[in-house]
Design a protein around this ligand. Structure first.
Ligand code: PRP
Length: 187
């Protein structure tokens, strides 16, 4: 069977230059260091590259949330940060902000802990999917209403480790989750 078509949103070079730009923005803004609070699991590739591209010191910590049921808006912390963020400069690191439910929840949760500052850095922003308004301080790339995989973004666990970001057909993936493996991993 022929591989289905896809659109490259950012190739490897595009990913790297977006990360470099974001790292420069953060390095410029937080001279005294920053806490990078990353949401498991999709943000891991971005966090890894971002933290190493920054020229300031950083502390990395992780959190995990429950999958909300579509439409309910419910989000719950499954794993909290290990460190105390009181009086720290904190950046929430996301691979994608979609409905905004995750980052909106985290914003409220972390704000109550009295950080010195709190901001959100997302690699991908899909504003067309927004259900709750969130203020995004640092954005790698804004995408239209498309389904994307790669650079942390998965479909049922697949495609996360691609070095690029690709727009694919969600209907095709629904019938065959591996439909894009040949095309995306060979080219
Ligand atoms: C994704 C992504 C964000 C969240 C964004 O996580 O990593 O955390 O969804 O979506 P939202 O703006 O609609 O809340 P996902 O639940 O797919 O888990 P994963 O990172 O482990 O793939």
């Amino acid at each position: 069977m022929n591989s289905p078509d896809y659109r490259v949103v950012l190739d490897q070079q595009g990913v790297e230059s977006s990360v470099a730009r974001l790292a420069a923005e953060l390095s410029e803004k937080y001279h005294d260091g920053v806490v990078l609070a990353a949401v498991l699991r999709g943000s891991v590739p971005f966090l890894s590259d971002l933290s190493r591209a920054m020229s300031i010191r950083s502390v990395v910590d992780f959190l995990a949330i429950t999958k909300y049921e579509r439409g309910t808006g419910r989000v719950r912390l499954l794993k909290d940060l290990d460190i105390d963020i009181t009086d720290r400069e904190v950046v929430i690191v996301e691979d994608i902000v979609d409905t905004g439910l995750t980052s909106g929840f985290l914003w409220g949760e972390f704000s109550r802990r009295s950080p010195r500052s709190l901001s959100i850095c997302t690699f991908v922003d899909r504003p067309s999917a927004r259900m709750v308004p969130v203020e995004l301080d640092h954005i790698g790339v804004e995408i239209p209403d498309e389904f994307v995989v790669g650079y942390g973004l998965d479909y049922r666990g697949r495609y996360r480790n691609l070095r690029m970001l690709a727009s694919v057909d969600a209907d095709i993936l629904a019938s065959d989750p591996d439909a894009y493996v040949e095309a995306l991993y060979v080219s």
